[in-house]
Design a binder for this molecule. Structure first.
Ligand code: GUN
Ligand code: ZN
Length: 562
Protein backbone atom coordinates (compact mmCIF):
# COMPACT_ATOMS: atom_id res chain seq x y z
CA UNK A 1 0.00 0.00 0.00
CA UNK A 2 1.40 3.36 -1.02
CA UNK A 3 1.65 5.93 1.71
CA UNK A 4 3.57 8.59 -0.14
CA UNK A 5 3.15 10.31 -3.44
CA UNK A 6 6.41 11.32 -5.06
CA UNK A 7 6.85 12.85 -8.48
CA UNK A 8 9.64 14.52 -10.38
CA UNK A 9 9.38 18.17 -11.45
CA UNK A 10 12.89 18.92 -12.73
CA UNK A 11 16.00 16.84 -13.37
CA UNK A 12 19.74 17.28 -13.77
CA UNK A 13 22.38 14.51 -13.60
CA UNK A 14 20.71 12.06 -11.16
CA UNK A 15 19.28 14.95 -9.14
CA UNK A 16 15.62 15.73 -9.08
CA UNK A 17 13.37 18.44 -7.78
CA UNK A 18 10.44 16.42 -6.52
CA UNK A 19 7.00 16.87 -5.05
CA UNK A 20 6.52 14.70 -2.00
CA UNK A 21 3.11 14.33 -0.45
CA UNK A 22 2.15 12.35 2.62
CA UNK A 23 -0.57 12.64 5.27
CA UNK A 24 -2.13 15.39 3.20
CA UNK A 25 0.97 17.60 3.39
CA UNK A 26 3.10 18.51 0.44
CA UNK A 27 6.76 19.52 0.35
CA UNK A 28 9.29 20.02 -2.36
CA UNK A 29 12.52 18.03 -2.44
CA UNK A 30 15.48 18.18 -2.02
CA UNK A 31 14.43 19.29 1.44
CA UNK A 32 16.22 19.99 4.68
CA UNK A 33 14.81 18.71 7.94
CA UNK A 34 16.27 20.84 10.73
CA UNK A 35 16.64 18.67 13.81
CA UNK A 36 14.71 19.99 16.78
CA UNK A 37 16.02 18.83 20.13
CA UNK A 38 13.03 18.94 22.50
CA UNK A 39 15.31 19.15 25.55
CA UNK A 40 17.57 21.97 24.39
CA UNK A 41 16.13 23.69 21.34
CA UNK A 42 18.28 26.50 19.94
CA UNK A 43 15.73 27.61 17.40
CA UNK A 44 12.03 27.36 18.20
CA UNK A 45 9.57 25.53 15.96
CA UNK A 46 7.83 28.88 15.40
CA UNK A 47 11.09 30.34 14.13
CA UNK A 48 11.74 27.28 12.00
CA UNK A 49 8.34 27.69 10.42
CA UNK A 50 8.16 31.47 10.09
CA UNK A 51 11.75 32.59 9.73
CA UNK A 52 13.32 29.60 7.97
CA UNK A 53 10.26 28.46 6.00
CA UNK A 54 10.76 24.88 7.18
CA UNK A 55 7.84 22.68 6.21
CA UNK A 56 9.42 19.51 7.60
CA UNK A 57 11.52 18.93 10.71
CA UNK A 58 13.07 16.02 12.48
CA UNK A 59 13.03 15.28 16.17
CA UNK A 60 14.01 12.36 18.35
CA UNK A 61 11.34 10.05 19.70
CA UNK A 62 13.80 8.24 21.94
CA UNK A 63 14.68 11.42 23.83
CA UNK A 64 10.96 12.01 24.38
CA UNK A 65 10.33 8.41 25.42
CA UNK A 66 13.12 8.53 28.02
CA UNK A 67 11.79 11.65 29.77
CA UNK A 68 8.72 10.86 31.89
CA UNK A 69 7.29 14.39 31.94
CA UNK A 70 7.97 15.06 28.30
CA UNK A 71 6.58 11.68 27.29
CA UNK A 72 3.34 12.36 29.11
CA UNK A 73 2.91 15.77 27.51
CA UNK A 74 3.65 14.57 23.98
CA UNK A 75 1.38 11.52 24.30
CA UNK A 76 -1.47 13.71 25.49
CA UNK A 77 -1.99 15.75 22.31
CA UNK A 78 0.45 14.28 19.84
CA UNK A 79 3.77 15.53 18.55
CA UNK A 80 2.34 18.20 16.21
CA UNK A 81 0.35 19.94 18.95
CA UNK A 82 3.21 19.60 21.42
CA UNK A 83 5.72 21.20 19.06
CA UNK A 84 3.21 23.67 17.63
CA UNK A 85 4.38 22.71 14.17
CA UNK A 86 1.92 21.98 11.40
CA UNK A 87 4.38 20.77 8.77
CA UNK A 88 5.67 17.23 8.43
CA UNK A 89 7.35 15.77 11.48
CA UNK A 90 9.92 13.03 11.11
CA UNK A 91 11.21 11.20 14.18
CA UNK A 92 14.36 9.23 14.77
CA UNK A 93 14.40 6.11 16.88
CA UNK A 94 17.40 6.26 19.16
CA UNK A 95 19.76 4.71 16.61
CA UNK A 96 22.04 7.70 16.91
CA UNK A 97 22.18 7.25 20.69
CA UNK A 98 22.84 3.56 20.07
CA UNK A 99 25.78 4.52 17.90
CA UNK A 100 27.12 7.10 20.38
CA UNK A 101 26.64 5.17 23.65
CA UNK A 102 26.64 1.53 22.50
CA UNK A 103 23.18 0.72 23.82
CA UNK A 104 19.68 2.09 24.25
CA UNK A 105 16.94 1.43 26.79
CA UNK A 106 14.15 0.51 24.38
CA UNK A 107 13.37 -2.10 21.74
CA UNK A 108 12.53 -1.86 18.07
CA UNK A 109 8.93 -2.81 18.77
CA UNK A 110 8.50 -0.26 21.57
CA UNK A 111 10.02 2.68 19.73
CA UNK A 112 7.93 1.95 16.61
CA UNK A 113 4.77 1.80 18.70
CA UNK A 114 5.70 5.02 20.49
CA UNK A 115 6.21 6.89 17.23
CA UNK A 116 2.76 5.71 16.12
CA UNK A 117 1.24 6.90 19.38
CA UNK A 118 2.68 10.39 19.17
CA UNK A 119 1.60 10.73 15.51
CA UNK A 120 4.90 10.97 13.66
CA UNK A 121 4.41 11.49 9.94
CA UNK A 122 7.71 9.79 9.22
CA UNK A 123 9.29 7.41 11.73
CA UNK A 124 12.37 5.23 11.98
CA UNK A 125 12.98 1.74 13.20
CA UNK A 126 15.96 1.00 15.43
CA UNK A 127 18.58 0.47 12.74
CA UNK A 128 22.15 -0.11 13.88
CA UNK A 129 24.57 2.39 12.38
CA UNK A 130 27.96 0.74 11.91
CA UNK A 131 31.05 2.92 11.98
CA UNK A 132 33.17 3.37 8.83
CA UNK A 133 35.76 0.58 8.43
CA UNK A 134 34.38 -1.37 11.40
CA UNK A 135 35.33 -5.05 11.62
CA UNK A 136 33.41 -6.60 8.75
CA UNK A 137 31.95 -9.70 10.46
CA UNK A 138 30.56 -7.36 13.11
CA UNK A 139 29.07 -5.03 10.49
CA UNK A 140 27.47 -8.04 8.81
CA UNK A 141 25.94 -9.15 12.07
CA UNK A 142 24.64 -5.65 12.80
CA UNK A 143 23.22 -5.42 9.30
CA UNK A 144 21.45 -8.75 9.84
CA UNK A 145 19.76 -7.30 12.92
CA UNK A 146 18.92 -4.06 11.09
CA UNK A 147 17.23 -6.01 8.30
CA UNK A 148 15.22 -8.10 10.78
CA UNK A 149 14.09 -4.89 12.46
CA UNK A 150 13.17 -3.47 9.07
CA UNK A 151 10.86 -6.45 8.49
CA UNK A 152 9.14 -5.71 11.80
CA UNK A 153 8.67 -2.10 10.67
CA UNK A 154 6.84 -2.92 7.44
CA UNK A 155 3.54 -2.80 9.34
CA UNK A 156 4.23 0.49 11.12
CA UNK A 157 1.48 3.12 11.09
CA UNK A 158 3.70 5.85 9.67
CA UNK A 159 5.91 6.31 6.65
CA UNK A 160 9.10 4.48 7.53
CA UNK A 161 12.41 6.21 7.02
CA UNK A 162 14.17 2.88 6.47
CA UNK A 163 17.85 2.81 7.37
CA UNK A 164 20.31 1.28 4.94
CA UNK A 165 23.53 0.34 6.74
CA UNK A 166 26.68 -1.62 5.88
CA UNK A 167 29.51 0.73 6.88
CA UNK A 168 32.07 1.30 4.09
CA UNK A 169 31.54 -2.21 2.65
CA UNK A 170 29.87 -1.74 -0.70
CA UNK A 171 28.78 -5.39 -0.99
CA UNK A 172 26.94 -5.01 2.32
CA UNK A 173 25.46 -1.66 1.25
CA UNK A 174 24.24 -3.37 -1.90
CA UNK A 175 22.61 -6.19 0.05
CA UNK A 176 20.99 -3.70 2.43
CA UNK A 177 19.76 -1.50 -0.42
CA UNK A 178 18.18 -4.38 -2.34
CA UNK A 179 16.45 -5.58 0.81
CA UNK A 180 15.20 -2.18 2.05
CA UNK A 181 14.46 -0.80 -1.41
CA UNK A 182 12.01 -3.62 -2.06
CA UNK A 183 9.77 -2.86 0.93
CA UNK A 184 10.09 0.85 1.71
CA UNK A 185 9.21 4.00 -0.19
CA UNK A 186 11.58 6.15 1.87
CA UNK A 187 15.13 4.81 2.02
CA UNK A 188 17.65 6.37 4.39
CA UNK A 189 21.38 6.02 3.87
CA UNK A 190 22.67 5.65 7.43
CA UNK A 191 26.01 5.57 9.18
CA UNK A 192 27.51 8.37 7.08
CA UNK A 193 27.83 11.27 9.53
CA UNK A 194 31.39 10.30 10.46
CA UNK A 195 32.37 10.22 6.77
CA UNK A 196 31.06 13.76 6.36
CA UNK A 197 32.82 14.98 9.49
CA UNK A 198 36.08 13.41 8.36
CA UNK A 199 35.73 14.81 4.82
CA UNK A 200 35.72 11.31 3.34
CA UNK A 201 33.71 12.40 0.31
CA UNK A 202 35.09 9.74 -2.00
CA UNK A 203 33.75 6.96 0.28
CA UNK A 204 30.53 8.88 0.71
CA UNK A 205 30.03 9.09 -3.06
CA UNK A 206 30.63 5.36 -3.53
CA UNK A 207 28.15 4.51 -0.79
CA UNK A 208 25.42 6.78 -2.13
CA UNK A 209 25.96 5.53 -5.70
CA UNK A 210 25.89 1.89 -4.57
CA UNK A 211 22.65 2.39 -2.68
CA UNK A 212 21.01 4.32 -5.51
CA UNK A 213 21.98 1.66 -8.08
CA UNK A 214 20.26 -1.00 -6.00
CA UNK A 215 16.94 0.59 -5.09
CA UNK A 216 14.08 1.50 -7.45
CA UNK A 217 14.49 5.02 -8.82
CA UNK A 218 11.20 6.25 -7.34
CA UNK A 219 12.33 5.81 -3.74
CA UNK A 220 12.72 9.01 -1.72
CA UNK A 221 16.31 8.96 -0.53
CA UNK A 222 17.32 10.47 2.78
CA UNK A 223 20.99 11.07 3.59
CA UNK A 224 20.95 10.53 7.35
CA UNK A 225 22.68 13.32 9.26
CA UNK A 226 24.28 14.83 6.15
CA UNK A 227 23.55 18.36 7.28
CA UNK A 228 26.65 20.25 6.17
CA UNK A 229 25.98 22.44 3.13
CA UNK A 230 29.37 21.49 1.70
CA UNK A 231 28.02 18.05 0.79
CA UNK A 232 24.66 19.03 -0.73
CA UNK A 233 25.61 19.54 -4.37
CA UNK A 234 27.37 16.20 -4.65
CA UNK A 235 24.78 14.21 -2.66
CA UNK A 236 21.86 15.74 -4.58
CA UNK A 237 23.61 15.15 -7.92
CA UNK A 238 23.73 11.46 -7.03
CA UNK A 239 20.02 11.44 -6.27
CA UNK A 240 19.53 12.23 -2.56
CA UNK A 241 16.23 13.95 -1.75
CA UNK A 242 16.16 14.54 2.00
CA UNK A 243 18.72 15.81 4.47
CA UNK A 244 18.51 16.34 8.19
CA UNK A 245 20.67 18.72 10.07
CA UNK A 246 21.52 18.59 13.70
CA UNK A 247 24.81 20.02 12.53
CA UNK A 248 23.58 23.64 12.44
CA UNK A 249 23.11 23.45 16.23
CA UNK A 250 25.99 21.11 17.10
CA UNK A 251 28.44 23.25 15.16
CA UNK A 252 27.12 26.35 16.90
CA UNK A 253 27.85 24.79 20.27
CA UNK A 254 31.41 24.22 19.03
CA UNK A 255 31.68 27.88 17.87
CA UNK A 256 31.91 26.62 14.29
CA UNK A 257 30.67 28.94 11.56
CA UNK A 258 29.36 27.12 8.48
CA UNK A 259 29.91 28.26 4.93
CA UNK A 260 29.01 26.49 1.70
CA UNK A 261 32.73 25.87 1.23
CA UNK A 262 33.58 24.53 4.66
CA UNK A 263 33.63 25.36 8.34
CA UNK A 264 35.43 28.25 10.03
CA UNK A 265 36.19 28.74 13.68
CA UNK A 266 34.24 31.85 14.63
CA UNK A 267 36.94 33.14 16.99
CA UNK A 268 39.46 33.11 14.15
CA UNK A 269 37.37 35.20 11.74
CA UNK A 270 37.96 38.93 11.26
CA UNK A 271 35.39 39.33 8.46
CA UNK A 272 32.13 37.49 7.92
CA UNK A 273 31.64 36.01 4.43
CA UNK A 274 27.86 36.13 4.75
CA UNK A 275 25.06 38.67 4.88
CA UNK A 276 22.26 36.62 6.39
CA UNK A 277 20.16 38.57 8.92
CA UNK A 278 22.44 37.37 11.75
CA UNK A 279 25.70 38.42 10.11
CA UNK A 280 24.14 41.65 8.92
CA UNK A 281 22.96 42.58 12.35
CA UNK A 282 26.03 41.69 14.42
CA UNK A 283 28.86 41.84 11.94
CA UNK A 284 32.05 40.53 13.44
CA UNK A 285 30.57 41.52 16.80
CA UNK A 286 28.92 38.10 16.60
CA UNK A 287 31.96 36.52 18.18
CA UNK A 288 31.84 38.86 21.19
CA UNK A 289 28.24 38.07 22.17
CA UNK A 290 27.68 36.34 25.51
CA UNK A 291 27.82 32.53 25.21
CA UNK A 292 24.13 31.69 25.15
CA UNK A 293 23.19 34.46 22.75
CA UNK A 294 26.18 33.75 20.50
CA UNK A 295 25.38 30.05 20.22
CA UNK A 296 21.81 30.75 19.26
CA UNK A 297 22.78 33.40 16.72
CA UNK A 298 25.47 31.14 15.27
CA UNK A 299 22.92 28.33 14.94
CA UNK A 300 20.66 30.72 13.05
CA UNK A 301 23.48 31.73 10.72
CA UNK A 302 24.37 28.05 10.17
CA UNK A 303 20.78 27.27 9.29
CA UNK A 304 20.57 30.25 6.93
CA UNK A 305 23.59 29.13 4.92
CA UNK A 306 22.35 25.54 4.93
CA UNK A 307 19.01 26.57 3.46
CA UNK A 308 20.68 28.92 1.04
CA UNK A 309 22.94 26.22 -0.37
CA UNK A 310 20.04 23.83 -0.83
CA UNK A 311 18.17 26.55 -2.74
CA UNK A 312 21.25 27.17 -4.86
CA UNK A 313 21.42 23.47 -5.69
CA UNK A 314 17.72 23.44 -6.58
CA UNK A 315 18.10 26.41 -8.90
CA UNK A 316 21.04 24.65 -10.56
CA UNK A 317 18.86 21.58 -11.16
CA UNK A 318 16.12 23.72 -12.64
CA UNK A 319 18.43 25.47 -15.05
CA UNK A 320 20.58 22.41 -15.80
CA UNK A 321 23.81 23.79 -14.36
CA UNK A 322 24.44 21.33 -11.55
CA UNK A 323 27.73 20.13 -13.05
CA UNK A 324 28.95 23.73 -13.12
CA UNK A 325 28.02 24.13 -9.46
CA UNK A 326 29.80 20.86 -8.66
CA UNK A 327 32.91 22.09 -10.42
CA UNK A 328 32.90 25.21 -8.27
CA UNK A 329 32.06 23.53 -4.98
CA UNK A 330 34.55 20.70 -5.26
CA UNK A 331 37.42 23.20 -5.62
CA UNK A 332 36.93 24.18 -1.99
CA UNK A 333 38.92 21.23 -0.64
CA UNK A 334 41.07 18.39 -2.03
CA UNK A 335 38.80 15.87 -0.32
CA UNK A 336 35.84 17.24 -2.27
CA UNK A 337 37.82 16.95 -5.46
CA UNK A 338 38.39 13.29 -4.59
CA UNK A 339 34.64 13.01 -4.17
CA UNK A 340 34.22 14.46 -7.65
CA UNK A 341 36.71 11.94 -9.05
CA UNK A 342 34.71 9.15 -7.44
CA UNK A 343 31.57 10.53 -8.97
CA UNK A 344 33.16 10.35 -12.41
CA UNK A 345 33.69 6.58 -11.93
CA UNK A 346 29.91 6.31 -11.94
CA UNK A 347 29.44 8.48 -15.03
CA UNK A 348 27.88 5.79 -17.25
CA UNK A 349 25.23 5.05 -14.68
CA UNK A 350 24.64 8.75 -13.99
CA UNK A 351 24.37 9.49 -17.72
CA UNK A 352 21.23 7.36 -17.99
CA UNK A 353 19.39 9.88 -15.78
CA UNK A 354 20.81 13.05 -17.30
CA UNK A 355 18.71 15.18 -19.67
CA UNK A 356 19.91 15.17 -23.28
CA UNK A 357 19.38 18.92 -23.51
CA UNK A 358 19.48 21.62 -20.86
CA UNK A 359 18.39 25.22 -20.40
CA UNK A 360 21.83 26.53 -19.62
CA UNK A 361 24.93 26.30 -21.77
CA UNK A 362 27.63 23.70 -21.17
CA UNK A 363 30.59 25.39 -19.50
CA UNK A 364 33.80 23.44 -19.26
CA UNK A 365 35.31 24.31 -15.87
CA UNK A 366 38.03 21.75 -15.32
CA UNK A 367 39.49 18.32 -16.02
CA UNK A 368 36.13 16.74 -15.21
CA UNK A 369 34.41 18.34 -18.22
CA UNK A 370 35.33 15.52 -20.60
CA UNK A 371 33.95 12.94 -18.18
CA UNK A 372 30.65 14.66 -17.61
CA UNK A 373 27.37 12.86 -18.22
CA UNK A 374 26.54 15.18 -21.14
CA UNK A 375 29.75 14.08 -22.83
CA UNK A 376 29.05 10.39 -22.18
CA UNK A 377 25.63 10.77 -23.79
CA UNK A 378 26.93 12.86 -26.71
CA UNK A 379 29.70 10.38 -27.50
CA UNK A 380 27.33 7.47 -27.82
CA UNK A 381 24.85 9.48 -29.91
CA UNK A 382 27.43 10.89 -32.27
CA UNK A 383 28.11 7.33 -33.45
CA UNK A 384 24.66 7.44 -35.05
CA UNK A 385 25.64 10.27 -37.38
CA UNK A 386 27.76 9.35 -40.40
CA UNK A 387 29.61 12.44 -41.63
CA UNK A 388 32.57 13.48 -43.73
CA UNK A 389 32.78 16.78 -41.85
CA UNK A 390 34.05 15.78 -38.45
CA UNK A 391 35.37 18.64 -36.35
CA UNK A 392 37.25 18.53 -33.07
CA UNK A 393 35.28 20.25 -30.35
CA UNK A 394 36.54 20.22 -26.79
CA UNK A 395 35.64 18.48 -24.53
CA UNK A 396 33.33 16.39 -26.72
CA UNK A 397 35.90 15.00 -29.14
CA UNK A 398 35.13 14.64 -32.85
CA UNK A 399 31.62 15.68 -33.77
CA UNK A 400 29.90 16.07 -37.16
CA UNK A 401 29.88 19.74 -38.24
CA UNK A 402 26.25 19.18 -39.34
CA UNK A 403 25.07 19.06 -35.72
CA UNK A 404 27.31 21.73 -34.24
CA UNK A 405 24.35 24.10 -33.70
CA UNK A 406 22.84 21.63 -31.27
CA UNK A 407 22.96 21.59 -27.48
CA UNK A 408 25.54 21.14 -25.95
CA UNK A 409 27.84 22.21 -28.80
CA UNK A 410 26.29 25.59 -29.68
CA UNK A 411 29.05 26.20 -32.13
CA UNK A 412 27.43 27.56 -35.30
CA UNK A 413 29.24 29.10 -38.22
CA UNK A 414 30.01 26.20 -40.50
CA UNK A 415 28.84 26.23 -44.12
CA UNK A 416 26.69 23.12 -44.27
CA UNK A 417 23.54 22.83 -46.40
CA UNK A 418 20.35 23.09 -44.37
CA UNK A 419 19.08 19.71 -45.57
CA UNK A 420 22.29 17.99 -44.45
CA UNK A 421 22.00 19.65 -41.06
CA UNK A 422 18.41 18.59 -40.58
CA UNK A 423 19.15 15.01 -41.65
CA UNK A 424 22.12 14.75 -39.30
CA UNK A 425 20.07 16.05 -36.39
CA UNK A 426 17.46 13.38 -37.19
CA UNK A 427 20.17 10.70 -37.05
CA UNK A 428 21.48 12.08 -33.79
CA UNK A 429 18.07 12.13 -32.13
CA UNK A 430 16.43 8.99 -33.52
CA UNK A 431 19.17 6.74 -34.88
CA UNK A 432 21.29 6.22 -37.96
CA UNK A 433 19.12 6.38 -41.07
CA UNK A 434 16.50 8.69 -39.56
CA UNK A 435 17.83 11.50 -41.76
CA UNK A 436 16.65 9.64 -44.88
CA UNK A 437 13.10 10.14 -43.65
CA UNK A 438 13.40 13.80 -44.66
CA UNK A 439 12.93 13.81 -48.44
CA UNK A 440 15.21 16.06 -50.49
CA UNK A 441 12.23 18.02 -51.86
CA UNK A 442 11.38 19.55 -48.43
CA UNK A 443 11.26 23.30 -47.87
CA UNK A 444 13.28 24.44 -44.89
CA UNK A 445 12.10 27.73 -43.42
CA UNK A 446 14.20 29.95 -41.21
CA UNK A 447 13.31 32.45 -38.56
CA UNK A 448 13.39 35.95 -39.99
CA UNK A 449 14.91 37.32 -36.83
CA UNK A 450 17.55 34.73 -35.94
CA UNK A 451 18.14 33.24 -39.43
CA UNK A 452 18.05 29.82 -37.84
CA UNK A 453 16.20 26.77 -39.15
CA UNK A 454 12.72 26.60 -37.61
CA UNK A 455 10.26 24.70 -39.84
CA UNK A 456 10.38 21.82 -42.31
CA UNK A 457 7.59 21.59 -44.89
CA UNK A 458 6.79 18.80 -47.29
CA UNK A 459 4.63 20.51 -49.89
CA UNK A 460 2.23 22.58 -47.78
CA UNK A 461 2.42 20.26 -44.81
CA UNK A 462 4.57 21.05 -41.81
CA UNK A 463 6.34 17.76 -40.95
CA UNK A 464 8.66 19.03 -38.23
CA UNK A 465 9.73 22.10 -36.35
CA UNK A 466 13.11 22.87 -34.89
CA UNK A 467 13.20 24.13 -31.33
CA UNK A 468 14.83 27.56 -31.19
CA UNK A 469 16.58 27.04 -27.85
CA UNK A 470 18.52 23.85 -28.58
CA UNK A 471 17.91 22.99 -32.26
CA UNK A 472 16.31 19.64 -31.56
CA UNK A 473 13.76 18.44 -34.12
CA UNK A 474 10.12 18.05 -33.10
CA UNK A 475 8.46 15.68 -35.57
CA UNK A 476 4.77 15.99 -36.49
CA UNK A 477 2.67 12.83 -36.72
CA UNK A 478 3.46 12.17 -40.38
CA UNK A 479 7.21 12.15 -39.72
CA UNK A 480 6.71 10.27 -36.46
CA UNK A 481 4.95 7.47 -38.37
CA UNK A 482 7.97 7.22 -40.64
CA UNK A 483 10.31 7.04 -37.65
CA UNK A 484 8.17 4.25 -36.25
CA UNK A 485 8.30 2.29 -39.52
CA UNK A 486 12.05 2.77 -39.86
CA UNK A 487 12.99 1.72 -36.31
CA UNK A 488 11.60 -1.43 -34.78
CA UNK A 489 10.25 -1.51 -31.22
CA UNK A 490 11.35 -0.53 -28.63
CA UNK A 491 13.42 2.16 -30.40
CA UNK A 492 12.29 5.75 -29.72
CA UNK A 493 9.13 4.47 -28.06
CA UNK A 494 7.27 4.81 -24.80
CA UNK A 495 4.59 2.12 -24.56
CA UNK A 496 1.51 2.96 -22.52
CA UNK A 497 -1.33 0.89 -21.11
CA UNK A 498 -4.66 0.98 -22.94
CA UNK A 499 -6.32 2.60 -19.93
CA UNK A 500 -4.14 5.66 -20.45
CA UNK A 501 -5.08 6.34 -24.05
CA UNK A 502 -8.02 8.67 -23.26
CA UNK A 503 -5.84 10.49 -20.66
CA UNK A 504 -3.03 11.01 -23.10
CA UNK A 505 -5.31 12.83 -25.50
CA UNK A 506 -7.00 14.82 -22.77
CA UNK A 507 -4.37 15.60 -20.16
CA UNK A 508 -1.45 16.43 -22.40
CA UNK A 509 0.62 13.93 -20.46
CA UNK A 510 1.37 10.24 -20.48
CA UNK A 511 1.62 9.43 -16.79
CA UNK A 512 4.44 7.28 -15.50
CA UNK A 513 2.10 4.79 -13.87
CA UNK A 514 0.78 3.80 -17.31
CA UNK A 515 4.19 3.22 -18.89
CA UNK A 516 4.60 -0.47 -19.68
CA UNK A 517 7.71 -0.30 -21.85
CA UNK A 518 10.39 2.15 -22.95
CA UNK A 519 13.51 2.32 -25.10
CA UNK A 520 16.40 2.16 -22.58
CA UNK A 521 18.56 4.36 -24.81
CA UNK A 522 16.24 7.34 -24.45
CA UNK A 523 17.13 10.26 -22.25
CA UNK A 524 15.01 12.89 -20.48
CA UNK A 525 14.35 15.67 -22.97
CA UNK A 526 14.17 13.35 -25.97
CA UNK A 527 11.32 13.55 -28.47
CA UNK A 528 9.55 10.19 -28.33
CA UNK A 529 6.78 8.16 -29.93
CA UNK A 530 3.96 7.27 -27.57
CA UNK A 531 2.54 3.92 -28.71
CA UNK A 532 0.02 1.37 -27.45
CA UNK A 533 0.70 -2.30 -26.78
CA UNK A 534 0.18 -3.13 -30.47
CA UNK A 535 2.68 -0.46 -31.51
CA UNK A 536 0.10 1.95 -32.86
CA UNK A 537 1.34 5.53 -32.71
CA UNK A 538 -0.88 7.59 -30.40
CA UNK A 539 1.00 10.85 -29.96
CA UNK A 540 4.45 12.33 -29.97
CA UNK A 541 5.92 14.11 -27.00
CA UNK A 542 8.89 15.03 -24.87
CA UNK A 543 10.16 12.48 -22.39
CA UNK A 544 10.61 14.13 -19.00
CA UNK A 545 11.99 11.17 -17.04
CA UNK A 546 14.79 8.69 -17.61
CA UNK A 547 13.70 5.22 -18.80
CA UNK A 548 14.23 3.71 -15.33
CA UNK A 549 12.16 6.47 -13.73
CA UNK A 550 9.40 6.19 -16.33
CA UNK A 551 9.08 2.52 -15.34
CA UNK A 552 9.46 2.90 -11.57
CA UNK A 553 7.41 6.01 -10.79
CA UNK A 554 3.68 5.81 -10.11
CA UNK A 555 3.07 9.54 -10.03
CA UNK A 556 3.52 12.42 -12.38
CA UNK A 557 4.03 12.65 -16.12
CA UNK A 558 6.56 10.57 -18.04
CA UNK A 559 5.89 12.23 -21.41
CA UNK A 560 4.49 15.67 -22.15
CA UNK A 561 2.52 14.98 -25.30
CA UNK A 562 1.61 17.27 -28.15
N1 GUN B 1 21.27 9.72 12.52
C1 GUN B 1 22.47 9.83 11.91
N2 GUN B 1 22.82 8.66 11.33
C2 GUN B 1 21.81 7.80 11.54
C3 GUN B 1 21.58 6.44 11.16
O1 GUN B 1 22.40 5.79 10.51
N3 GUN B 1 20.39 5.89 11.57
C4 GUN B 1 19.47 6.59 12.30
N4 GUN B 1 18.31 6.00 12.63
N5 GUN B 1 19.67 7.86 12.68
C5 GUN B 1 20.83 8.47 12.28
ZN1 ZN C 1 25.37 34.61 8.17
Amino acid sequence: MEKVSFEVLHKDIAARIGRLELNGKRIETPALMPVYNPKKPLISTKELQEEFNSDILMTNSYIILRDKELKKKVLKNGIHKYLGFNGLIATDSGSYQLMSYGNVLTTNEKIIKFQEEIGSDIGSFLDIPSMPDAYKPRVEEQLGTTLERAKEATKAGFVVNAGIQGSTYLDLRKRAAKNIGKDFELCAIGGIVKLMEDYRFSDLVDIIATVKKNIPSNRVVHAFGLGHPISFSIAVALGCDLFDSAAYALYAHGNRYMTENGTKRLEELEYLPCSCPVCNKHGIGLKELPDEKRIKELARHNLYVTNEELNRVKEAIREGSLWELLSIRTRAHPALLEGLRSMLKHKRWLAKFDPIRKKSAFHSLGFEARHRTEVVNVRSRVKRVPSKNMIELKPFGKIPAEISDLYPFHSPGNKIADLDKVRAIMDYQFGEGAGELIPSKVRIKKSRKTKRIRWIYEGKELIASVRASDHFIIPKMKLAERIKEKFKAPRNRVVIHDDAIPFVSEKKSAFAKFVTGIDPELRPGDEVLVVDKDDNLIRTGTLVLSPAEAKDFNRGPAVRVR
